[in-house]
Design a protein around this ligand. Sequence first.
Ligand code: TYD
Ligand code: ZN
Length: 423
Amino acid sequence: MQGSYRHDDACRVCGKEDLADIVSFGALPLANGFIAPGARDEEEETYPLDVAVCRNCWLVTLRQVVDPARLFRHYVYVSSESDQIRDHMRRIVDLGTRQADLAPGDLVVELGSNVGTQLGLFQEAGFRVVGVDPAANLVEKANERGVESIADFFGPEPASRIAERHGRASLVLGRQCFAHIDDVHRVLDGVEEVLAPGGALVIEVPYLLDLLDENQFDTIYHEHLSYFSVTTLRHLFALHGLRLVDVERAPVHGGSIVVTAVREGTGREPAPSVTGLLDLERESGLTDEARYRRFAAQVERVTGRVRDLVQELAAQGARVAGYGAPSKGTQLLMVCGIGERELEFCSDTTSLKHGKLLPGSKVPVCSPEEARERRPDYYLLLAWNYAEEIIRKERAFLEQGGRFIVPIPEPRIVSAQSVKEPI
Ligand code: TYD
Ligand code: ZN
C-alpha cells in the first residue's frame, strides 16, 4: 500500500531544478514506524526512497517528502542517554557558550529539543531556556522536568511568540534536526525573528563527508530529507543574511559537524576551520557528481556482502540477533534483505520499543536483559555509531565466545581476540 508523499524536482536549499539521481532504494516503510505485535499482518504503507544531489549547491536530498505530521507528531525517538551523547551534550554547552559569548541569564532557544536533556544542561549552567519540538509526547516530558518547551514546528510564529515573552535569544541551537526539516527557509526565517543581533546560531548535522567516506547508507531514510556539507550550509545561511563563521567535527551519529553562523554585518570573519573543510570537501569530490556514482556502487556491493555474511551464518546454524533497534538498523535490514529468518530478535535499551516489531523486516525488539538470557552467537551491530561503548560494555559476551558483526564501512567480525589486537 503506497502512502502519500510529495515528489520534488527542485532543490530544497537553492530552489534550482538541477537534481541528479544517485541511488534508489525502492519503496520502503518508514524506519521509525514500529509495529505493535497485533498489527503484524496488516499491510504496511510504503514510500519510494530515491536519493539525488543538487548540481548547483550540492545538497544531497530525498526526492520524496513524507508528510511531517505523519513522521514527527508522535515520535518514539528519545534522544539517547548514552555516555557518548552525554559527554557530547556537555561539550555543546561549552561550544555554545563560547560561540555566542553567553552571559548568565541569556536566553538559549533549541529547535528539536526532544525531552529537554540538552537544554537542561544549559539551564544548570545558568541560562534561561525555551525548547520547541513538534512531538507533543516528548515536549510533555521536557516540561515535566522543568525545561520550558512548546509543541510546534519551529518557524516565524513560535519564534516571535518566544521573542515577545522572553526577549531575543543569544543562542539558537538545533542539534540533529536540520536533516529532518523540509521547509528549511521557514525555520531560518524563524531564526531571523528570534536571534539577538549579536547572537549565534549553532546547528549540528550528520556530516555528508562521513556518510560517503564510511558508507553509512543506512542513515538514509524518509525522515532524513537532507544530507549536508559545509558547502551547502554556507549557501543556505547566506540566503538568510547569516554567515557561517565556525565549524567543528564531532564523533556523534557516525560523524557530525557543528556549525556556527552569525548575522552578516557583525564583522565576524570565518575561522580557518571553515575554509579548511570547504577545501577538503572539494578535494574529496563532494562538488563532483562522480563521487556520488562511486557511493552508489559501494552501497550495492556492501549491502550484498552484509546479506551474504548473515545468511551464511544463519545457514550454518549460528544464532544471530541485532544489537540496537535504531532507525538506521531497520533501514539496514530492509535494504540488505535481512529478516526474521536470519535474525531472532533485536535488543534495545529504549523501553518504548520493547515488544514491538521492526518495520519491514518484522524482527521483534526485546530488552537487553531478555537478550542476555537468550544469548545469541552473533550480534549484528545495528547501533554501530556506539560501537566503542557497546563493545566495552559487552566484554563478557565477547569473553564467552560471542561475536559482533560490524556492518559498515565494510562488514567485519569482532571477537574477544580482535578487540585485544590494536586495529
Ligand atoms: P541512534 O543511533 O541514536 O538512532 P537512530 O539511528 O534511530 O537515529 O539509536 C541508537 C539505538 O541503539 C537506540 O534505540 C538505543 C540503542 N542502544 C542500545 O540498545 N544499547 C546501547 O548500548 C546503546 C548505546 C544504544
Ligand atoms: Zn541546490
